[in-house]
Design a protein around this ligand. Sequence first.
Ligand code: SPD
Length: 363
Amino acid sequence: MKLGSILGAAALAALATAAIAQEKVVNVYNWSDYIDEAILEEFEAETGIKVNYDVFDSNELLETKMLAGGSGYDVVVPTGTFLSRQIQAGAFRKLDMDVLENEGNAWDTIQERTAKYDPDNAYSINYMWGTTGIGYNVGKVTELLGEDAPVDSLALIFDPANAEKLAECGIHVLDAPTEMIPAALTYLGEDPDSKDPEVIAKTEAVFMAIRPHIQKFHSSEYINALANGDICVAFGWSGDILQARDRAAEADNGVEVEYSIPKEGALMWFDQMAIPTDAPNPENAHAFIDYILRPDVMAKASNYVYYANGNLPSQEMLNEDVIGDTAIYPDEGTLENLYTVTAYAPRVNRTVTRLWTRVKTGQ
Ligand code: SPD
């Protein structure tokens, strides 16, 4: 090979290396089934920042990464209860509000609630919020439990007599003790936010009584399982169940899925965008969060995933089947039926984790 060609190849290689070194990226770790991917493409086209997008379906998994450090993520989306513990552990950096031009779009009604987990909302900003309730296949549940099936009650799942009958068509519940224990406490008439180990221990008998009738403990598979008619009941997250409803309608497979907020009370939660302390690209993280905070972008996201968001001006751009659905944007009456919870202290958390392992293994 001639010297000139060798030099030319070397120069090209150096240029390519420089281009790679300069490529702007943002590494995002979000919940599964939680964004319209067109939003990511539009962000990339507008900013030139490439989005590396990974998903999870468990706060516990995210927390393990945040507490260990070195995750490589720039933007993550913990739920408020977990966020508060992670802020205390020093896992997040304060947001630079001067850079977040769209921060003023935050809805004060939601910010008042999220301040319970992130005082002054200094470390996080709301992405979506929602409730945890019952998704059900209308036809199957009516067939097995009759017209008076208690589809708006925790008894649909927690009463062993109902669970036994519904086992025939399949029940999934979340693999999330911080969701399931408050629900079981509510069923027992106890405070869902109880931190008393003796009170929490009462839920073990409730779970063990229905354990043989639960097909799966999983926090994302229920969307397709409900939509395909593979299961008939899921205790899961509001928007996920509404996405299952739409997937079934699109498939035109005769499956009718509905979501109900249990009359005994349901958990209201808040998923918050935050930047890890050791994020490799904090500037790009701010650019990403600021883009998401645009009202048109937030509206597009909510219209796609059927979750409410914490962005006030986006509400004018929401589809009527989102802003007008009280299962997504609860009215005053529905709000009265919702509760929030706070994080477990480490000692109680260990009790909860052990209890949940026994429940899942049935031992
Ligand atoms: N598919 C997205 C589900 C988002 C659920 N967020 C977790 C809420 C925890 N309470």
